[in-house]
Design a protein around this ligand. Structure first.
Ligand SMILES: Nc1ncnc2c1ncn2[C@@H]1O[C@H](COP(=O)(O)OP(=O)(O)OP(=O)(O)O)[C@@H](O)[C@H]1O
Ligand SMILES: [Mg+2]
Length: 281
């Protein structure tokens, strides 16, 4: 782990949650494009190369750019597959080297590096968590997703303790502090929130508020359950790419979703981390 960063080094944002399908790739793509549109230089890294959602999302974007000649900002993207070396030791060594090289390469020329990780525990994912300056954990409003953060008594809803994933993050945070590498900013964002004020939504929200201090994360405004987040993937576009007056007027749902993405980026406070830059239209 390295000592505290200089302003010139890229700020690393990792999207992580050992629960699959919580919205990591969707949120990573939207965050990368939102930062680009604010004028920052952004590198991106896909550590879930097997599924490759982030990489395929960007591939569709490049195809869209080629066919429309529309000038859409895009990150410098790299993807690291899991090592297939002969032994576990060799695999871990190879993954450590590749990740370190990729971060050095992207770190030199970018303000931010956005990393997407798989929805399962892996050596590569753990390494990336160790590099995170900001960790964003998207989670859906269910007790299964909550279980990734805390162990809850099913009868009393009392917290029995942090989950294995939360313990790993707490451990990495301690290591950072010991190495004088600065604190890790851990943000939990709720994703696919129901529009109705369902009881489950309320209960999960209350529990998250209660445990945030003990577990060591802060809560950011999340994304609602909106079809538009699923539809945008096909063209490699995000809600930050659609403009008013283009095609048809934006729907209320699109406008709200776009604001949700902006609200998440406000929580990251990019101007505090990297200063203000000229926005890209
Ligand atoms: N806010 C949202 N509203 C509606 N659908 C969403 C939203 N966020 C994500 N989705 C959809 O949920 C599914 C899972 O999202 P995504 O692939 O981003 O999750 P993930 O955490 O990266 O999954 P994995 O762990 O498998 O990598 C996708 O079909 C995506 O389009
Ligand atoms: Mg994914």
């Amino acid at each position: 782990m390295r000592p505290i960063k200089t302003q010139e080094q890229a700020h690393i944002i990792v999207f992580g949650n050992e629960k699959g399908g919580s919205g990591k790739s969707t949120a990573a793509m939207h965050t990368a494009i939102a930062l680009l549109r604010l004028g920052y230089k952004v590198g991106s890294l896909d550590l879930d190369a097997r599924q490759g959602t982030f990489t395929r999302y960007l591939k569709k974007r490049f195809d869209f750019i080629t066919s429309t000649r529309d000038h859409l900002p895009s990150p410098t993207h790299l993807s690291i597959p899991r090592s297939t070396a002969d032994s576990v030791t060799a695999q871990e060594e190879e993954e450590r080297t590749f990740l370190s090289l990729a971060l050095q390469e992207l770190g030199r020329r970018h303000h931010f590096i956005v990393i997407d990780t798989p929805g399962t525990d892996s050596h590569l994912s753990r390494l990336a968590h160790g590099y995170a300056d900001t960790l964003i954990t998207p989670m859906n409003d269910s007790f299964i997703d909550l279980d990734v953060l805390v162990d809850i008594d099913p009868d009393t809803l009392k917290i029995k303790g942090p989950s294995v994933y939360a313990q790993m993050v707490q451990d990495l945070r301690r290591k950072r502090q010991l190495c004088n590498a600065g604190d890790l900013d851990w943000i939990v964002m709720r994703n696919r929130l129901a529009s109705l004020n369902a009881r489950n939504k309320q209960v999960v929200g209350d529990i998250l508020q209660d445990i945030s201090g003990t577990i060591g994360f802060r809560l950011a405004p999340g994304f609602g359950e909106r079809v538009i987040f699923r539809e945008m993937f096909l063209k490699g576009l995000t809600l930050l790419d659609i403009k008013e007056g283009q095609d048809k007027p934006l729907t209320l749902s699109q406008l709200t979703a776009r604001q949700e993405v902006r609200n998440l980026v406000v929580e990251l406070a990019p101007e505090k981390l990297k200063g203000r830059v000229r926005p890209v239209s």
